[in-house]
Design a protein around this ligand. Structure first.
Ligand code: ZN
Ligand code: ZN
Length: 296
């Protein structure tokens, strides 16, 4: 049986021919039977894909052959099979929708990158503000110990929240982290633009931190939300590990994210296995009775 990999990558680099790059990407992925999501913008490229070992190897080689992507960093996970249903390649105006009036320039000006080990040491100093660069529901299933939960459902709400919350903290050290690093490029660029003077980002994001042999994912509580069929992946491989998620129905600790079985809802929610059975994997009583339901 073929082994499968999941790839995650991004790079901020000027792309003039976005439509042509997207078309090439689509052709290449179809040839290699890769599935997932690729975004192409004039500011760069961002992708997450799954496929066989061989297909992933050929894909990365094809990327390295393009001078713009020759130093691309690919994060790789072994997976049991495809973790996406299909392939989507899109041209967008921004890789991460931020729509800020002062977005900064992630290609040239971002927060200092910290390796996993530097990050852990900095966190343990205790004087930094640790901002989770993701949304509230991602934070809820797992986050760095001591990090602040952004009360936002969308990345585009960050600028307002930051202006309202941290106006007095412009000269304190700020640490930011996100899943694979791309949102921190935008976020730290924005923070510098706003006049924050001491800004750092976790290089390679949470998924890289979780694979680091020195830190072993230390001080990460819970699991890490990912945007594919796995829903969450483990990060902390030390003995000091805490569950932070709570069942949507009963509040008991759990890390099980599921999609609501009502096809017209499909809301992701945390549920313990007892409540999953009781509520037939539904997020609400109404969804339990919905006409179009997945078999469970
Ligand atoms: Zn429960
Ligand atoms: Zn539902």
């Amino acid at each position: 049986m073929a082994t499968y990999n999941a790839l995650l990558y991004y790079k901020f680099v000027g792309i003039d021919d976005t439509a042509a790059v997207a078309e090439n990407q689509r052709t290449l992925c179809l040839q290699l039977n890769l599935r997932g999501r690729i975004l192409v913008a004039s500011e760069g490229i961002n992708g997450t894909l799954s496929g066989t070992d061989e297909a992933c190897r050929r894909y990365t080689e094809a990327m390295y052959a393009d001078v713009r992507f020759s130093d691309m960093v690919f994060k790789t996970d072994e997976v049991d099979g495809h973790v996406f249903d299909d392939l989507s390649v899109k041209v967008k105006t921004e890789l991460v929708t931020f729509r800020c009036d002062r977005p900064g320039d992630p290609a040239s000006h971002t927060g200092q990158r910290l390796s996993p080990e530097q990050w852990l040491n900095f966190m343990e100093r205790g004087d930094a503000i640790i901002i989770d660069g993701r949304t509230g529901y991602e934070y809820d299933v797992g986050h760095f110990r001591g990090a602040i939960r952004p009360p936002v459902d969308s990345f585009r709400d960050f600028p307002q929240w930051i202006r309202e919350t941290f106006a007095e903290d412009k000269h304190r050290p700020i640490l930011t982290y996100c899943t694979g690093g791309i949102r921190c490029e935008k976020l730290t660029s924005f923070l510098l633009e706003e006049g924050f003077s001491d800004v750092y980002q976790l290089d390679g994001g949470i998924v890289t931190y979780g694979k680091d042999p020195v830190t072993k994912g230390a001080k990460w509580d819970g699991t890490c939300y990912v945007f594919d069929q796995r829903l969450t992946v483990p990060i902390n491989h030390t003995d000091d590990r805490r569950v932070v998620g709570a069942c949507h129905h009963c509040g008991e600790p759990t890390e099980r994210y599921v999609n609501c079985a009502n096809i017209d809802c499909h809301r992701q929610h945390l549920t313990c296995s007892a409540c999953e059975a009781t509520f037939k994997r539904s997020c609400s009583p109404a969804c339990m009775e919905a006409p179009r339901r997945e078999p469970i």
